[in-house]
Design a protein around this ligand. Structure first.
Ligand code: KIV
Ligand code: ZN
Length: 513
């Protein structure tokens, strides 16, 4: 089938994706992700919910001011304060979009909003009219649309289009719909709303029953022209429709779907890696398209078939989604040019300064590890360049004494603003526990460890270990991560990373109050 139309990809990794528990990101991290989204070629970047917090406001404003090549969108409830704040953040964009939402389903009307259907319509219209004072490009979302009575949904959609909405987004907010229902919901609007041709219909599906991608595609088959999705499918609860699955489904099955997107599929794996590193939300190994096993063939019969003819068992080519075609090995004698070339093939664009910094770390690693694989290089780049935050406390040195069935003894020296502080303790159930206690003793930052993961970045006993951890401080989750061939060093650095994030967040909160 020839692809007769191009649908828009509206990426909400920085807004709905950030609503995943523990996935909050700082400004620098959001800017890195926005850059990756531009390189992917998405059409709309929903950069945040400006009224939600000063941090959200600042990141929407910075993304609006600094990125070109995609529409930049900010979310607002259907009231003047939210919309004014959204516009304040968005006004520096060359192509701004205000996204206004209001729930419409009976359950939300009755229990959450306590508003009648007529009140909902007039509040929705008032929101769109107010937003229209600022810019032409207005999206309206009737929240929980998939559970809204079809007749009432038609009334809302007609009214907001009359008021000037240029996109009408139909969310399956709680991931309840089936593909047939989502398709029918869109068809109902196409058939019955008289002014529907004046707006683009969008779909926004959550994945509670694992049907977000299928529901989104069913929406487009029935007339939607935009899909809202996130990298790696992150988002509230079970997440949103996964961008990489949507893109590769329509591209791989172009014989079946009569639409395509403008996304550069070769950037999917780098974007996925970046989002996973920044959010700390690991991609499951068997995740479609970008999981580590997505192109691994284990059964002998499959391997035999693959050697004879790739298409016997492979419907997509790994290089088309951005997996490097060879796991070329670098080592001690590899130069800066080889590293730069490898980084480029892995999908990273490094500035001269970034390359220099990664090269220094690469040389240190090469002294400790004979062969350096793609996973090691990706980890170095992500951890040394992309994931760094302002470091209030840094590691100077440590000494750990471990004996079977005895409390570990740790001597830890940290530095802050050029001044060093050392503690020695002999408590804790193991070296990591002791490291937590020692860091707390020096920094005074209280935290409870909620999750602790160790992962090898590549092959071999000498492979660096990546530690990612989640800690709780005053009811909020903070992540920490670090990589080293020495697992105690990686643990201490990951604890410090979380500590520094807590200190940054506390400073932002104090400045805001
Ligand atoms: O899921 C949802 O309904 C949303 C809206 C704000 C679009 O995220
Ligand atoms: Zn949502």
């Amino acid at each position: 089938m020839s692809n007769s139309r191009t649908i828009k990809i509206f990426d909400t990794t920085l807004r709905d994706g950030e609503q995943s528990p523990g996935a909050s990101m700082n400004l620098k991290e959001k800017m890195e992700i926005a850059q990756a989204l531009i390189e992917l070629g998405v059409n709309v970047i929903e950069a945040g919910f400006p009224i939600a917090s000063p941090g959200d406001f600042e990141s929407v404003r910075e993304i609006a001011n600094n990125f070109r090549g995609a529409e930049i969108c900010g979310l607002a409830r259907s009231n003047e304060r939210d919309i004014d704040r959204a516009w304040e953040a968005l006004k520096g964009s060359a192509d701004p979009r205000i996204h206004v939402f209001l729930a419409t389903s009976a359950i939300h009307r009755e229990f959450k909003l306590k508003m009648s259907p007529d009140e909902i319509i007039s509040r929705a219209v008032a929101g769109v009219v107010h937003a229209k004072n600022y810019c032409d490009n207005i999206e309206f979302s009737p929240e929980d649309a998939a559970r809204t009575e079809p007749d009432f949904l038609c009334r809302v959609v007609e009214a907001v289009i009359d008021a000037g909405a240029t996109t009408v987004n139909i969310p399956d907010t709680v991931g309840y719909a089936t593909p047939e229902q989502m398709g029918a919901c869109i068809k109902n609007l196409v058939d019955r709303v008289p002014n529907i041709d004046k707006a683009v219909i969008s779909v926004h599906c959550h994945n509670d029953l694992g049907m977000a991608v299928a529901n989104s595609l069913a929406g487009v088959q029935n007339g939607a022209g935009q899909i809202e999705c996130t990298v790696n499918g992150i988002g509230e609860r079970a997440g949103n429709a996964s961008l990489e699955e949507v893109v590769m489904a329509v591209r791989t099955r172009s014989d079946f779907y009569d639409f395509d997107t403008t996304v550069n599929s070769k950037r999917l794996v780098p974007a996925s890696r970046l989002v996973s590193t920044i959010t700390g939300l690991e991609v499951q190994r068997n995740k479609a398209v970008v999981g580590r096993n997505a192109f691994a063939h284990e059964a002998g019969i499959h391997q035999d078939g693959m050697l004879k003819e790739r298409t016997t068992y492979e419907i997509m080519r790994p290089e088309d989604v951005g997996f490097a075609s060879t796991d070329l090995v670098l080592g001690k004698h590899s130069g800066r040019a080889a590293l730069a070339d490898r980084a480029k093939q892995l999908g990273f664009k490094l500035t001269g300064e970034q390359l220099q910094s990664v090269f220094e770390e690469f040389k240190k690693l090469a002294d400790r590890k004979k062969e350096i694989f793609d996973g090691d290089i990706a980890a170095l780049i992500e951890h040394e360049i992309l994931g760094t935050i302002e470091e209030e406390w840094s590691l100077v040195s440590f000494d750990v004494d471990l004996k079977y069935q005895a409390a570990p003894r740790i001597t830890l020296c940290l530095s802050k603003g050029g001044e060093e502080q050392t503690v020695e303790i002999a408590e804790g159930s193991g070296p990591v526990d002791a490291a937590f206690l020692a860091v707390k003793k020096i920094t005074g930052v209280e935290m409870t460890c909620k999750e602790f993961h160790v992962r090898s970045t590549s092959l071999g006993y000498d492979a660096p270990g990546e530690i990612t951890l989640e800690t709780e401080h005053k009811g909020q989750i903070f992540r920490g991560r670090a990589v080293s061939t020495d697992s105690v060093e990686a643990s201490i650095k990951a604890i410090l990373n979380a500590t520094n994030r807590i200190l940054v967040a506390n400073r932002v909160a104090n400045n805001a109050s």
